[in-house]
Write a protein that binds this ligand. Structure first.
Ligand code: RNT
Ligand code: ZN
Length: 422
């Protein structure tokens, strides 16, 4: 039997098994094919960016490891992304940070960035046919060195970051216009104190006022959507984070912004899967930063964990696919960076497929009937349904390698391209 025959046969058997629990396998795969994942460019170079004077990674972010071959310019990073995208089923988006501007070696301050500095990214995304998302960069910069940006007490510094935010929203709108798909521009600031503050109120009031100034100009939501991302703590900001969850939940609800939930930005036993259906009662759309915190906000490569599956389950169960922008946020410098993208993105897609294949009607019925024993039994049984046969057939149909075959392609790319970089 050829490999394709084996996949086809397993798929047919899986189809029957799913039909027996009331699940339409074809429909699930068709829906999966339409879900774009916003793939973060920063996994490709350990959140380095291309600024001519780019220094140490700041903002309390840390990428550990020094795996050889990281991208050092736009062409290399796009080449690496092309490789990764060719191994992931579906049509996806790329998520850029302002620090990935290409200024031809010229120093352009962040408050002066324009869409022109991203024209090569835009052209590349246009050719690939996918959308692009964007982030102002409020870290790795001398004006962020004291740990405060939009909430800084210094008027000049605060204004600089406000102007950066304004510039980035304009870039987002240009990106959205050029690509015919709204760009999600996500705001995350590292502002906070290492030790117990005397004033918790001042910075939060300043952050609110700064955000109001950044968002003062209305922008057509078909071009650009603003999102705000909260955090619990950062390295060097352990005691107080200005942009906490309550702060941004309130801000998003009050102003109609998208709320960004990062899986690593909560207390260790708190999960964003449970937050989805709660916040969706009050905000129209959300952005997810799917990540994998290990003991802390460590940004490990996403894998098919219980929480990754629960996040996907909640998106599908709640019928939120049209209101949730699924983005990734991890950076591991200790393994092949292209492989990291492929592993993380494929894991999220697998989680979504498993969620789409869930025998949800039968589960809901048992719950409504008060048959809690039956609910638990079916949930356990559903875990063993042959979703991987559907996944393999999906990969085959989408013309990407099935099973572990993608790794050989990454290894080949490592030998022929990455190993030659110095
Ligand atoms: C930081 C936030 C933020 C960053 C990226 C690089 O804790 O998660 O989203 O990871 O903007
Ligand atoms: Zn994040």
């Amino acid at each position: 039997m050829t490999c394709a025959d084996r996949i086809a046969k397993a798929y047919e058997l899986a189809k029957d098994q799913y039909a027996a629990v009331g699940v339409d396998v074809e429909r699930a795969a068709d829906v999966l094919a339409t879900i774009p994942i916003s793939i973060h460019c920063w996994q490709g170079d350990d959140v380095g960016g291309f600024e001519p004077a780019g220094g140490e990674l700041g903002g309390g972010l840390a990428a550990t490891g020094d795996y050889p071959g990281k991208a050092r310019n736009g062409d290399q990073l796009r080449g690496d992304l092309d490789k990764a995208l060719s191994l992931i089923p579906g049509m996806h988006r790329v998520n850029l940070h302002a620090m990935y501007a290409e200024t031809g070696g010229k120093a352009v301050e962040r408050d002066e960035l324009t869409a022109e500095h991203f024209s090569r990214w835009i052209d590349w995304a246009k050719a690939a046919g996918g959308g692009m998302d964007f982030n102002p960069t409020f870290f790795s910069h001398p004006k962020a060195a004291d740990g405060f940006t939009l909430s800084c007490a210094n008027d000049g510094i605060r204004q600089f970051w406000i102007d950066h935010g304004i510039a980035c929203r304009r870039i987002g709108a240009e990106v959205g216009k050029a690509l015919g798909s709204a760009c999600v521009t996500n705001f995350w600031v590292p502002d906070g104190w290492k030790d117990t503050p005397a004033d918790r109120k001042g910075p939060r009031e300043r952050l609110k006022a700064s955000l109001d100034a950044v968002f003062a100009d209305p922008i057509d939501p078909t071009l650009n959507l603003d999102a705000v991302e909260s955090k619990l703590f950062g390295l060097g900001a352990e005691s107080y984070t200005v942009g906490s969850h309550e702060f941004y939940l309130g801000y998003a609800v009050a102003t109609g912004k998208l709320l960004c939930l990062d899986a690593g930005h909560f207390h260790p036993t708190e999960v964003i899967s449970d937050k989805l259906s709660a916040v969706m009662c009050f905000v129209d759309e959300i952005l997810l930063h799917v990540s994998r915190p290990v003991r802390w906000d460590s940004d490990h490569v996403v894998t098919l964990t219980d929480e990754t599956r629960a996040i996907a389950q909640e998106i599908v169960r709640g019928d939120y696919l049209g209101r949730v922008h699924v983005g990734l946020d991890f950076f591991d410098a200790s393994i092949n960076r292209v492989a990291a993208w492929v592993i993380g993105t494929r894991a999220v897609l697998k989680a979504l497929l498993i969620a789409l294949l869930e025998p949800i009607d039968a589960l809901r019925e048992r719950e409504a009937d008060g048959d809690l024993t039956g609910r638990l039994a079916l949930m356990e049984q559903a875990k063993a349904l042959p979703w991987s046969a559907v996944w393999d057939a999906h990969c085959l149909k989408q013309a990407v390698p099935v099973g572990p075959a993608w790794l050989e392609e990454v290894r080949d790319y490592e030998r022929t391209v990455l190993a030659k970089r110095t």
